[in-house]
Design a protein around this ligand. Structure first.
Ligand code: AMP
Ligand code: GLY
Length: 419
């Protein structure tokens, strides 16, 4: 089989790695990929916005199926586009991708299907938003509607911060804003919950917890994710059942009522409050770095799972996992998430990876056989172990060996599960 992966981050390197592990794969293409995917796939430099060029390449090279990594092409309708040319694609279509593309779409779905979520209001101008905020309890959460690379969410402690957030959103900081969301602040513990769905059936695809803030102790600015661990410490059969019955199933029913089958990964960002799950947000893809943390634990042949989903026969297979823990630490460029330098050499040649250690590249590129940094998040260092502390220590040791002067990373990933 020939397969293609769209994207260039750590998630996409992990997807290519899991495909490569299978005996059923003849060739992998990654669009555009990074220095890590280059060693196991053929990187193809086509802009993900150029659907037509992608389609031509896929047809010319007889690629059997495509996995879409990031949200932007999904929200822009790449699945609908490629399917028009009979190309097999794993990912949700444009309507279903609204679950991530529009927070207001998701909130309205929650309201209609009684899915537990924070109480909310939708406001279409500054005046109404501010007059509502006058009588609110703080902290309060203010969100831009559309995609904002994880940055369109403000947790405001007082009226003055909240007014600033409203102004920034309506002044177009995250693109043209017709409206914004104001929602109740939920106090609990977060959990990332994944399913994989073929449109007719779905299966749980693991749980994880990421660390979004840049500094240790979950302080500082939000980032794309500084590290993650799996499973979440909250995972239990009872909670899984509540999530499936109260959140996942009504969501899929809501989409079905819109004549839309959900095919792909679905990532529910949840807040668990006193043992009950509330939906914070949906992402219509795997998480990054949760994907890098989870996939090394997968036992079942990954391309088989994706093929079964594409054939809508997911129910025919079991998805099996290694029963251990996994921790991923992200090595970032100094200065991230603000300004940082690119094109700094990283030397990985002397590293000796143990059996349960994995390195997935994110912002890297290969130039004259050298690995150069090419982004804020540069490498993902993962270890699997029976013990979270041993997993973290082992990833930290590898980071010391890498000893990249231009980089920094959090040493406390997983602190809630490591006393
Ligand atoms: P989102 O991009 O919607 O995942 O929001 C980013 C982060 O903001 C989440 O991971 C939560 O930590 C926090 N957050 C979002 N909505 C709420 C809420 N209603 N209550 C508490 N925290 C929230
Ligand atoms: N780890 C957060 C995300 O992928 O959105």
């Amino acid at each position: 089989m020939k397969v293609g992966v769209l994207g260039s981050g750590g998630r996409e390197h992990a997807l290519c790695f899991s495909l490569k592990n299978s005996n059923n794969i003849e060739k992998i293409y990654c669009f555009p990929g990074n220095a890590g995917t280059n060693s196991i796939a053929t990187n193809i430099d086509i802009d993900l916005e150029n659907f037509e060029k992608l389609k031509d390449f896929i047809i010319q090279n007889k690629i059997d199926f495509i996995i879409v990594g990031p949200e932007k092409p999904l929200v822009d309708g790449i699945v609908d586009y490629l399917e028009k040319f009979n190309i097999k694609v794993f990912g949700p279509n444009k309507i279903a991708s609204q679950l991530e593309g529009s927070k207001i779409f998701t909130k309205k779905l929650c309201e209609k299907y009684k899915i537990p979520t924070a109480k909310f209001g939708v406001f279409s101008n500054t005046k109404n938003a501010l007059s509502f905020l006058q009588n609110c309890k703080f902290p309060i959460v203010i969100k831009a509607d559309g995609l904002a690379a994880g940055k369109g969410v403000y947790i405001s402690e007082n009226l003055s911060d909240a007014s600033k957030a409203v102004d920034e959103i309506f002044n177009g900081k995250f693109g043209k804003a017709e409206s914004l969301l104001i929602e109740e602040f939920l106090n609990g513990e977060e959990m990332s919950f994944f399913i994989i769905s073929d449109g007719k059936n779905f299966k749980i695809f693991g749980t994880a917890q990421d660390h979004k803030r840049v500094f240790e102790g979950d302080k500082g600015k939000n980032t794309g994710g500084m590290g993650a661990y799996s499973p979440s410490r909250l995972e239990s059969d009872e909670l899984n059942q509540k999530i499936i019955n109260n959140i996942i199933k009504p969501t899929l029913k809501g989409l079905r009522d819109l004549n839309c089958e959900y095919k792909g990964f679905l990532y529910a960002g949840l807040m668990i409050v006193n043992g009950d799950p509330f939906l914070i947000e949906y992402n219509v893809r795997m998480g990054d770095p949760e994907c890098q943390t989870l996939l090394p634990k997968l036992k079942t042949d990954f391309p088989l799972i994706i093929s079964k989903c594409i054939e809508q026969k997911l129910k025919d297979i079991n998805i099996e996992w290694h029963d251990d823990k996994s921790i991923c630490i992200v090595l970032c460029s100094k200065g991230y998430p603000d300004t940082f330098k690119n094109n700094i050499v990283i030397n990985l040649e002397k590293l000796d990876l143990k059996k349960n250690q994995f390195i997935f590249h994110a912002g890297t590129k290969l130039v004259d056989k050298k690995i150069l940094s090419n982004g804020g998040r540069v490498l993902n260092i993962i270890t699997r172990s029976d013990d979270f502390r041993l997993a973290r220590d082992s990833s930290l040791k590898l980071l010391e060996e890498i000893n990249w002067n231009n980089g920094f990373y959090r040493k406390d990933i997983g602190y809630k599960v490591i006393k």
